[in-house]
Design a protein. Structure first.
Length: 339
């Protein structure tokens, strides 16, 4: 399997929190695993995006030094490899890790070191996606993220993203940031059509996005779905997360089938392993259960992820070959559902 949409700060295992706190010189409200888990993960009855986003406060507090970022990325790759992933693209916003004096460059350098060490030790490929942040008054920080992405492109970093409050800060406001990314040849993905409508996805395409984070509200716009299909734009779907943040009201309203029927290429992702309390395997199984997808259809979604990954063509061929060979095995293995 391949996860293309996975936030570092939303995917910290409670088990790693004491060590990360130590490496960040931060205090934890508790060292008990169960208490930490409830501080890091939403309840099944999560009511809205606000409640969901609260869960990022504690992990961000323990990711404020180079040592902690490197360790967090390394440990995440270890877990992903153990869960059957052959490739993962991990995203984070360097500008959210500067509270103790790190520069964005130092933050990315540390994360890249953890990534390269993890790739070497755990037998999977991986890349970092650097998130610019939606917000007010942070243009300089976003421009700095573009500059750092350019510096580390091909040395751990594979793309640039736009994350944050989509409803409050519309996509078009960040046009100059992504114009610069385009000039510098940095691949672009943008969170769009999650907390805002189809027009946000259209703007993301205008800003050069080749993949859309979520994109679920594109399903309300037939013409846009044709554009997505014709341009071969991939959607990074995150089913559990979308239900928890109420981006989609009910499971049966989830537009996966609408995308598949229209030939829009979708991929399956976790968004946040810990905050959402999920795993990539669980996401595939939930979609299978909800929509009655065949093993072949699920495999098609996994192949889409290989097609969409920011890798060399040689790596892409190897990923597709591996998925083709190994993907259905765990589906028919009769393992219990769940994490
Ligand atoms: Zn996301």
């Amino acid at each position: 399997m391949i996860d293309l949409h996975l936030h570092l700060d939303g995917s910290i295992d409670p088990e790693d929190m004491p060590r990360l706190a130590e490496l960040s010189g931060a205090a934890l409200p508790s060292t008990r695993q169960e208490e930490l888990r409830s501080l890091l993960s939403v309840e099944p009855d999560c009511r809205n995006l606000g409640e969901y986003l609260e869960k990022f406060q504690l992990p961000l507090r323990v990711l404020q030094t180079g040592e902690s970022l490197e360790y967090a990325v390394y440990r995440l790759l270890e877990r992903l490899s153990g869960q059957g992933l052959c490739h993962g693209e991990i995203r984070f916003a360097p500008q959210l890790h500067l509270e103790k004096g790190m520069s964005q460059e130092q933050a990315v350098s540390a994360a890249a070191a953890g990534l390269l060490r993890g790739i070497r030790d755990f037998g999977l490929s991986a890349g970092l996606i650097l998130c610019c942040m939606r917000g007010e008054g942070n243009r300089a920080e976003n421009m700095e993220t573009v500059a750092v992405a350019e510096r580390f492109l091909g040395r751990g970093v594979c793309a640039l993203d736009l994350a944050g409050n989509e409803a409050a800060y519309p996509t078009y406001r960040f046009a100059d940031v992504f114009r610069r990314a385009g000039e510098r040849g940095i691949p672009v993905v943008i969170h769009a059509g999650e907390a805002a409508g189809a027009e946000s996805v259209r703007t993301a395409l205008e800003l050069g996005a080749v993949r859309i984070g979520h994109g679920i509200h594109a399903a309300s716009d037939a013409e846009l779905m044709e554009i997505l299909r014709d341009r071969g734009i991939f959607l990074e779907l995150c089913y559990s997360s979308n239900l928890q943040t109420r981006a989609v009201g009910l499971p049966e309203e989830y537009p996966l089938e609408r995308f598949l029927d229209r030939g829009v290429r979708a991929t399956v992702n976790t968004d946040n392993v810990t905050v959402s309390g999920t795993s990539l395997k669980r996401e595939y199984l939930l979609l299978q259960e909800r929509f009655g997808l065949s093993g072949e259809a699920l495999k098609g979604l996994a192949i889409n992820a290989a097609e969409a990954a920011f890798v060399t063509e040689g790596q892409r061929a190897a990923l597709k070959e591996r998925i083709d060979r190994e993907f259905p095995l765990w589906l028919s293995s009769g393992e219990p559902k769940g994490k």
